[in-house]
Design a protein around this ligand. Structure first.
Ligand code: HEM
Length: 506
């Protein structure tokens, strides 16, 4: 009997302690006077109940918070499970945090040990001086000169892709993202590592499986994300991906390096840049930072993954929007056909980037409607007094800049839900409020690959729309629902089926 009583008391103590822990951070915003949604606040899951119970995407919760408080305040508090998170509610404050006051927010709120979780030893997930060092060293990868050199590989791959599509999918309904991803994987493999990892006609099943393991949600990545918010100390003990994924990228990098060693002279791809940095490191020439073999592997990983997932999703959503707006599609195809008659040679970097103004408008507008990354993540590394208020954020405060909500805020966009590329016409573009349009992020931590992404997406779209009529089918979703199991991205829950019919004139 006594044992039962002791056991029961112990259980009670544990439950009470657990409960106290599960609400331990919930007074933060109240104490600071930051408005927050106190009605929808639950132990352990904070403001994220709808994510766990009704499959609502986190992006929608941020939209709701934004809509609820934006007319009363420039900012609001959110509890991402237990993590108090500061959310700017105006383009001006978002801009200030990411750009003007970057020195207070130079890092992402990402807890990891890059020496243990090697794949996380990359420019996107590391912090502080290590990040600064890598960013400075890796930025030259995407100069206009380097991109000009990459255009040949992108053109060749797209041509092979168009032929493959004509041969295998003419007039057929296809899962668009799955197909586009194959093409983009091909040229990202070439420009990142300089080798054909992936052949469109004979895709390497292992490579694709590994990429899908990384891109698809799993219990492991979900748990890791929750721990990242709820208990950073536990989070760093858990690798983001299983060991076989790490081993795959290690072997891939080592094989590519061996293949390079057999080629005469240096190749001009991203891996070569990483190898050179590593060599300098081994010879102890780097004064400002280190670049060991793990950093080579981690960065090969992030460039291969970030390079293909983002662009293929963006191209897919653009094709989907065109399939729903035949008038805009017709105008775009007319521009592409007519400009191509003036280019007697293969598309160059300057052709793709400068000669298709309406394509730029359509691409910009489709990234406004469907930004893949719906929130930018930062963490404060110094105390920060929020401009225009007496509120001070402590060191270590997590910040989420709500990209999607800013992209659809009626204060910055008239009829924000309407797909209207005219917003980005030369006359209208200059009226866009800084900080209200940020598909590639902003400030020193902005997407490092944005110009490569624009180049590869444009070349692919020009060729695709010149050769194929893209149309919806019965299975094309009428409305896009986002997959809540993808906590970092806005990806359609349902496959985007479209039909690609070869155009008779090409
Ligand atoms: C349509 C395509 C793409 C979109 C929409 C996109 C979007 C983004 C966004 C929103 C960020 C966060 C920026 C911030 O926090 O301010 C980011 C970071 C990053 N992106 Fe992209 N991206 C794209 C393509 C690419 C490509 C092609 C690469 C490389 C091959 C790439 C590599 C990276 C890296 C390495 C970072 C982290 C940069 C840092 O922390 O210094 N991305 N991207």
């Amino acid at each position: 009997m006594l044992e039962y009583a002791i056991l029961l008391s112990l259980l009670l103590i544990v439950v009470t302690l657990l409960y106290k822990w599960s609400i331990s951070t919930f007074d933060v915003w109240k104490k600071k006077g930051v408005p927050y949604d106190s009605q929808n606040l639950y132990p352990f899951i904070g403001n994220m109940k709808a994510c766990f119970t009704s499959g609502t995407h986190l992006a929608y919760l941020l939209d709701d918070l934004y809509a609820k408080f934006k007319d009363k305040s420039d900012f609001a508090g959110f509890f991402a499970t237990l993590q108090p998170t500061f959310v700017p509610l105006s383009a001006d404050l978002a801009y200030t945090i990411a750009i003007k006051d970057f020195s207070h927010f130079p890092d992402r709120d990402f807890h990891n040990d890059p020496n243990y979780d090697i794949l996380m030893n990359n420019i996107s997930t590391i912090s502080g001086p290590d990040w600064k060092y890598q960013r400075t060293k890796l930025s030259p990868t995407f100069t206009s000169g380097k991109l000009r050199g990459m255009t040949v590989a992108i053109n060749n791959t797209c041509d092979l892709f168009i032929n493959y599509m004509k041969k295998s999918f003419s007039g057929k309904e296809v899962d668009t993202e799955n197909l586009i991803q194959d093409c983009i994987m091909c040229f990202i493999g070439k420009v990142v590592c300089g080798i054909n990892y992936y052949d469109i006609e004979n895709p390497d099943p292992v490579f694709k499986k590994i990429c899908n393991t990384v891109n698809q949600p799993s219990w492991r990545t979900s748990l890791r994300m929750i721990l990242n918010f709820a208990s950073p100390r536990l989070a760093i003990k858990m690798k983001f991906f299983p060991n076989y994924v790490e081993n795959f990228f290690r072997e891939l990098t080592e094989q590519s390096m061996k293949a390079k060693a057999c080629t005469q002279g240096e190749t001009k791809d991203f891996l070569q840049l990483l190898i050179n940095l590593h060599k300098e490191d081994e010879m102890n020439q780097n004064k400002e930072g280190h670049f060991d073999m793990n950093a080579v592997i981690g960065n090969v990983f992030v460039f291969l993954i970030a390079g293909q997932e983002t662009s293929s999703n963006t191209v897919t959503m653009l094709l989907y929007l065109l399939s729903q707006h035949p008038d805009i599609k017709a105008k775009l195809v007319k521009e592409i056909d007519s400009v191509l008659t003036t280019i007697p040679h293969e598309l160059t970097y300057d052709d793709a980037m400068k000669k298709f103004p309406y394509l730029n408008q359509v691409l910009d507008e489709s990234m406004r409607i469907y930004p893949l990354i719906f929130a930018l993540n930062r963490i404060s590394t110094k105390e920060y007094t929020v401009p225009g208020s007496d509120i001070t954020l402590d060191v270590g405060t997590s910040v989420m800049i709500p990209v999607r909500a800013l992209h659809r805020d009626p204060r910055y966009w008239t009829n924000p839900d309407v797909f209207d590329p005219e917003r980005f016409s030369p006359e209208n573009k200059k009226n866009i409020v800084p900080g209200s349009y940020i598909p590639f992020g902003m400030g020193p931590r902005m997407c490092i690959g944005n110009r490569l992404a624009l180049l590869d997406m444009k070349v692919l779209l020009i060729k695709l729309l010149h050769h194929f009529e893209v149309s919806p089918t019965e299975r094309t979703p009428k409305k896009i629902k986002f997959d809540h199991k993808q906590p970092n991205m806005l990806k359609s829950l349902d496959p985007i089926y479209l039909k690609f019919t070869p155009r008779s004139s090409t």
